[in-house]
Design a binder for this molecule. Structure first.
Ligand code: ATP
Length: 240
């Protein structure tokens, strides 16, 4: 049975005087992958920043049974929200392993961290092979895997992914989305993924919301959204 895990109510956010999100309301069920689609500048990144406490917000954000609206990023991370930003945010001069260990910074359980490091290496064997290499030398796809791996080191309950396909070849992107689906299934992590590549995102999601100029203009199951010609043409362009 579906059960809301993340509930957003009348969420507003922006940068100083610039208002970007104008009253978003939706929920994400526990354990599902939910996609946020929409054109450049729609506010998708701002939505993820709002959820992880990086921009000022008004409105409600509930994670499970906790109100996280207005909390700082560290407090939100401690609640189990891991954010993989656009551009990945890995540290180029540090090794793969150092980057992964940084992801576990709020944790105190050392043994658990070692177990999770191995779990990340099992999901992304290339990272095990390159654990002593500097992150800056990895390919784009490997850096995205590292960024996701680092987020997993937090042992998150909610994973926020911002444009994971950005700058990657179609083949690498497809592999990456397959891995995201596997992680969601095996780790039972709820995933909110922002993507411009609607086709790929809808392929792994159960629900999706389309954002335009800071408002949700369409919501539905991934199947509903994919199967509606008009929707595809009006909102998602050629990308589906
Ligand atoms: P993209 O795919 O281009 O990243 P997006 O849907 O993620 O688009 P946002 O990055 O959230 O959109 O941007 C929404 C609006 O907020 C845009 O008009 C953008 O110019 C503005 N904006 C984004 N970041 C900032 C910032 N740090 N300061 C001021 N305005 C910003």
């Amino acid at each position: 049975m579906s059960e809301p895990f993340l509930t957003i109510t009348d969420l507003h956010a922006g940068y100083g005087a610039a208002k970007v999100l104008h009253g978003l309301s939706f929920s994400v069920d526990r354990g599902e992958i939910c996609a946020i689609l929409g054109p450049n500048g729609a506010g998708k990144t701002t939505l993820l920043r709002a959820l992880s406490g990086m921009v000022r917000t008004s409105g409600g954000i509930r994670l499970d049974d906790a109100d996280i609206a207005g909390r700082n990023p560290e407090a939100i991370a401690r609640r189990g929200v891991a954010h993989v930003p656009e551009g990945r945010g890995t540290f180029g001069p540090l090794t793969v392993e150092e980057n992964l260990r940084l992801g576990a910074y709020p944790r105190r359980d050392r043994a658990g961290v070692e177990t999770d490091l191995n779990r990340v290496f099992d999901f992304f064997p290339v990272l095990r092979d390159k654990r002593r290499d500097v992150a800056g030398g990895l390919s784009g796809g490997q850096q995205q895997m590292l960024a996701i791996g680092r987020a997993l080191m937090l042992r998150p309950r909610l994973l926020l992914l911002d444009e994971p396909s950005l700058g990657l070849s179609p083949l690498v992107t497809q592999e990456l989305f397959g891995l995201i689906a596997t992680i969601n299934e095996q780790e039972r992590i709820t995933v909110l993924v922002v993507e411009q590549n609607a086709h790929l995102a809808l392929g792994i999601s159960s629900h999706a919301h389309v954002l335009e100029t800071g408002r949700i203009v369409l919501s539905g199951t991934a199947a509903e959204i994919r199967s509606d010609e008009k929707v595809v043409q009006s909102y998602l362009g050629y990308r589906v």
